[in-house]
Write a protein that binds this ligand. Structure first.
Ligand SMILES: Cc1cc2nc3c(=O)[nH]c(=O)nc-3n(C[C@H](O)[C@H](O)[C@H](O)COP(=O)(O)OP(=O)(O)OC[C@H]3O[C@@H](n4cnc5c(N)ncnc54)[C@H](O)[C@@H]3O)c2cc1C
Length: 482
């Protein structure tokens, strides 16, 4: 990056807010998908929306690509820097701007963490519903960009259902306001377009979210099963009985082992556990909870543990929410895959994953949002063993193909990012991709905002996307041999 451009950035946000030293840049080389790494040319730490706008304008003038970064917990390489580009890290935009309990909304800067919103309104009896397991650390800007989900999204919906409006800087530096504090903004839903656009359409500098009243009652149980099929049968029966739980989560034996090693939730011995949570009016919860218990027993649950206190409930959730990070206790490296299938196809896809585990020789743990069919296989590998990282990448790709075969999708909630853009042509036709490109280019004709993410190369409108690029190990025939 030329020195004059760096000086221009320093002039805009102050020298201390522009990182250029290779050691300082190390932190920004990757997100939570560490096998994809790139060093940016510079990292800028704006302190206000006006700073973001000035930096984006400078990049647009100079034709320098830029990547928005929240707190770097993304699992699809969305915040992976672009070679020769600037990372615009939004962690200093971390102010809560307005808490408006009467109108059930909170306005924050993008660097505020997800959980901080709930902390701000808890004393009024409210909370912010989307609850990614990373909620203590991930930013609301990142949540908007990824349309993040969480355990309670089965009943309450994803981030997109809770964002009322945003302020955002377009790739040419123009600042826009999309949506707003009112329930329904006039005109086409441009807000809906920006939510989930993974930093490719705009940089969000302010977010207005809807908050919800805490339900009168919450009841949580943990049921242990001897097979994943029995647990899957219980999920189908619960939903078939017309019950929409606040959450239904499943963990298999390996995921349980990891959680026990990390946070000791003291789960009963099991091949699979199911966590079911109901919330709502107390009478309704009490009645439906009885049905859930009865279903679990009928499906052969070997133990059913009902949370008796809030501490007990927190302990159960700690076991689930720690599961990803806990895998680090059992494996030197692991790859978190994210795919989604129709709920009814879960047993079939899980069966294929079990067979893949045996064929690949890699341990695969399963932790997932069973209610909405969102799978999170955790593929264990050791990068120090030659070839294992490649085999893990191939196994992760295989799992996506199982999801597509079952009528599912490439991502349930972690986004496409840099990791899965090459699979987009497996799911979408050239026409579909062309339309997506046209939309993207309407926002970013210079292709500067997070280039290389989401969409497969080539990115120019009207060009037919290239075929799915095989991972080198796949090309070498590893997939067939596994
Ligand atoms: C242990 C663990 C558990 C997780 N659990 C869940 C889960 O349950 N559900 C779930 O959905 N995800 C989960 N995630 C993934 C991740 O936390 C979410 O995707 C989160 O929304 C990313 O937020 P971030 O601030 O870290 O964003 P980053 O990783 O910094 O960025 C993610 C993407 O958002 C873009 N971006 C960031 N900020 C902005 C902005 N202000 N404007 C425009 N674009 C922006 C970036 O360019 C990038 O494309 C988990 C991750 C980990 C490590």
């Amino acid at each position: 990056m030329d020195a004059a451009f760096l000086d221009e950035l320093r002039g805009l946000v102050g020298a201390a807010s522009v990182l250029h030293d290779p050691l300082q840049l190390l932190t920004y080389e990757c997100d939570a998908l560490p096998h994809l790494r790139e060093s940016p040319s510079a990292v800028v730490l704006p302190a206000s929306a006006a700073d973001v706008q000035a930096v984006v304008r400078a990049c647009a003038r100079a034709g320098v690509p830029f990547v928005a970064r929240g707190h770097g917990t993304g699992l699809s390489g969305g915040a992976l820097p672009v070679k020769g580009g600037v990372v615009i890290a939004l962690s200093r935009l971390n102010r809560v701007l307005e808490v408006d309990v009467e109108n059930q909304r909170v306005t924050v800067e993008p660097g505020v963490t997800n959980l901080e919103i709930t902390r701000q309104v808890a004393r009024f009896g409210y909370y912010y519903a989307p609850d990614p397991s990373s909620q203590q650390v991930c930013s609301i800007g990142g949540n908007v960009a990824e349309n993040s989900g969480g355990a309670h999204c089965l009943k309450y919906g994803f981030t997109t259902h809770h964002v009322l409006g945003v302020e955002a800087v377009l790739p040419d530096g123009e600042m826009v306001h999309l949506g707003g504090p009112l329930a329904d903004a006039a005109g086409p839903d441009l807000l809906g377009l920006v939510v989930g656009s993974e930093g490719t359409l705009a940089i969000v500098t302010k977010v207005i979210v809807r908050i919800l009243r805490r339900p009168e009652a919450v009841q949580t149980l943990l049921a242990a099963f001897e097979t994943i099929d029995a647990a899957g049968g219980a999920v189908s029966d619960i939903i078939g009985a017309g019950i929409i739980p606040a959450a239904i989560e499943m963990m298999d034996a390996l995921a349980i082992r990891a959680a026990e090693a990390a946070v000791a939730p003291n789960f009963p011995p099991a091949d699979t556990v199911l966590i079911v949570e109901l919330d709502g009016p107390a009478a309704e919860v009490a009645a439906l909870f009885g049905v859930v218990r009865e279903v679990c027993s009928r499906r052969g649950a070997t133990a059913i543990e009902v949370a008796q206190t809030d501490d007990h409930r927190q302990r159960i959730w700690r076991g689930r929410k720690a599961a990803f990070a806990a895998m680090g206790r059992l494996s030197h490296n692991y790859y978190v895959q994210d795919g989604v299938v129709p709920r009814t196809r879960l047993p079939e896809v899980l069966g294929r994953i079990r067979r893949l585990e045996a064929a690949s020789g890699l341990r695969i743990a399963n932790v997932f949002h069973a209610g909405d069919g969102n799978l999170h296989p955790l593929i264990c590998y050791d990068e120090r063993v030659p070839g294992e990282a490649d085999r893990a990448a191939v196994a992760a790709a295989e799992i996506l193909s199982y999801c597509l075969d079952a009528g599912g999708s490439l991502t349930g909630e972690h986004g496409i990012g840099a990791d899965k853009s090459r699979f987009m042509p497996q799911m979408f036709s050239p026409d579909d991709l062309d339309v997506m490109q046209r939309v993207r280019l309407a926002f970013d004709p210079g292709n500067l905002s997070n280039p290389g993410k989401v969409f497969p190369a080539p990115r120019l409108c009207g060009e037919v996307p290239g075929p799915y690029r095989r991972h080198p190990a796949e090309a070498a025939g590893l997939a067939e041999r596994m």
